[in-house]
Design a protein around this ligand. Structure first.
Ligand code: MSP
Length: 518
């Protein structure tokens, strides 16, 4: 029997020098929506997230906190391990780079790079930004206050001089350019792809991949004074999670590698779209199919930062607005790939407009009319007229649109298409006027309400990836069995059965009333 199609997607692994904020939650949420979508669409999914626990930055933060780096990592990593329960994430694995399985994978990959002749010993002298865990060329820096050198990201750089192993990145300039050319969908959005291509065209220097001036990391096999560069360590997590270096038939590696998608923020695209494919080419491993770089959230127009005190904790947003409304807002508000602003006004507009007035009101009025006028059972429809069929056709066509949009990580456009049908259904209610039909033509009223209920079944199934709880409550109210909520159940073959008793309707999307300011 042929196996299910597989889909492997990953979030970046989060540094443990900070507590999770809404920006971190965003990356994982986008992956969660995709993972849920693919599962409902019949794929066997592997959805990976985790924490990046090594490096100088974590070592320094631990020292400031007065604890060992391991104790520090254990504590902060726990905050990220708590996120799935808070935000209803369905990751299949959570990797920590301090786990033995990861050390084994990194050391194995290192050895392969050495054996294939891509690593040499030299000495590094240049600029390093601990905040970014990245090297910068002199030409990229500007002068900051007190004679400090500042990276384009705003991070302070320090001068580093030490023995170091180098990876022959320069040898991969041409192969990378050919790869981008032959795989136009490898980096998305396209604007970001062009930046990557331009950067590679401008020339690649060999990359320092070990450090000797700090301790907190994975040791280089056979050269114990050297600690692996934290980005080589971190990127390898995507292989660790599929059991690398075991790559034989029947292993998770054989089943899931190459990854279908590495989701990343725009700030870490260079590592994923240049270094990572170069390492993989050097090790003669397959390259991931896509790296998508999403934008950054600001808060009420300002950069989120500890010093401004405007860092938004995911738990605060969920407590205030509810989980599904938060998930919906983050996926709908901003064209995925662009930067966005997290503002109270924007989120209230979405909750009160899209959710309460549009989707919620549709469900509420249709279910209450059925409860009141159809004896609380799925109505018995008569023949469908052109208007009925048009609405049903639009509902049936949604899956294809949703697939297409999500294959390009266009979450906002997928939701836009769903809301197109929400709007069409609301207009259909107004045009058909079931409350008038109740008096003039009850059988026609039954047909109209049936068409609407069936449309809502489609909407409920399709909004599950973004709003799992609210969608389940909608489908429960239509008595759609739990095993009939996958995408194979969309379309007329699994339409609602007339006569099925429905529970008393309950509102799903309340309006959000702001407390008056004291
Ligand atoms: N540890 C590295 C990733 C290694 S992956 C092999 C790292 N960690 S991070 O914790 O600093 O950032 C993780 C992700 O959070 C990045 O994708 C980053 O873009 C995202 N975000 C951090 N702040 C953000 C916003 N304000 N808005 C949106 N995403 C943001 O980088």
């Amino acid at each position: 029997m042929a196996g299910k199609a597989r889909y492997y997607l990953t979030t970046p692994i989060y540094y443990v020098n900070d507590v999770p904020h809404i920006g971190h939650a965003y990356t994982t949420l986008a992956c969660d929506v995709l993972a849920r979508f693919k599962r409902l669409d019949g794929y066997e999914v592997k959805f990976l997230t985790g924490t990046d626990e090594h490096g100088q930055k974590v070592e320094k933060s631990a020292a400031v906190a007065g604890v060992t780096p391991q104790a520090f990592a254990d504590r902060v990593s726990q905050n990220f391990r708590d996120l799935p329960a808070l935000l209803n994430f369905t990751n299949d694995d959570f990797i920590r780079t301090t786990e033995p399985r990861h050390r084994a994978a990194c050391q194995a990959l290192w050895q392969v790079l050495v054996d294939k002749g891509h690593v040499y010993l030299g000495s590094y002298s240049g600029w390093y930004a601990v905040r970014d865990e990245a090297y910068y060329g002199e030409d990229e820096l500007r002068d900051g206050p007190g004679g400090k050198k500042i990276a384009p990201t705003g991070a302070e750089c320090e001068w580093v001089e030490e023995p170091s192993y180098f990876f022959r990145l320069s040898a991969f300039q041409q192969p990378l350019l050919e790869f981008y050319e032959n795989n136009p969908g490898f980096v998305l959005p396209l604007g970001k792809r062009n930046e990557v291509v331009a950067f590679v065209k401008s020339g690649l220097r060999d990359l320092s991949i070990s450090r000797t001036t700090f301790d907190w990391g994975i040791r280089v096999p056979g050269a114990e004074k050297h600690i692996m560069y934290v980005w080589l360590d971190a990127l390898t997590n995507y292989l660790t999670a599929v059991g690398y270096p075991e790559t034989g038939l029947g292993t998770p590696y054989a089943e899931f590698w190459p990854a279908d998608l590495h989701m990343v923020g725009k700030d870490i695209l260079r590592f994923h779209a240049i270094y990572w494919p170069a390492f993989l080419m050097a090790a003669e491993l397959e390259l991931p199919r896509r790296v998508f770089a999403h934008g950054w959230w600001t808060v009420e127009g300002q950069k989120m930062s500890k010093s401004l005190g405007n860092v938004i904790a995911p738990e605060a947003v969920v407590a205030k607005y509810g989980l599904d409304a938060t998930r919906y807002f983050l996926m709908r508000e901003v064209p995925f790939g662009n930067d966005g602003d997290f503002s109270q006004r924007a989120i209230l507009n979405r909750i009160n407009g899209d959710l309460a007035n549009d989707y919620g009101n549709l469900v509420q009025r249709v279910l209450s009319m059925i409860a009141k006028n159809c004896g609380g059972v799925v109505p018995h429809p008569g023949p469908f007229n052109a208007a009925d069929q048009k609405l049903l056709d639009a509902a049936h066509a949604l899956l294809e649109t949703a697939r297409k949009e999500l294959d390009g990580q266009a979450f906002h456009r997928m939701l836009d298409a769903v809301w197109g049908v929400v709007g069409a259904a609301n207009r259909y209610v107004d045009e058909q006027g079931p409350w008038t039909l109740k008096k003039t033509d009850p059988p026609r009223m039954a047909t109209v309400l049936y068409v609407l209920a069936e449309t809502i079944r489609h909407l409920g199934i399709l909004t599950q990836p973004v709003m799992p709880d609210a969608s389940a409550r909608i489908l429960d109210q239509l008595v759609v069995p739990e095993d009939a909520r996958a995408f194979t159940h969309l379309g007329p073959d699994h339409a609602l059965t007339p006569g099925v008793k429905l529970p008393a309707p309950k509102g799903v999307f309340p309006r959000h009333i702001e407390e008056p300011k004291a």
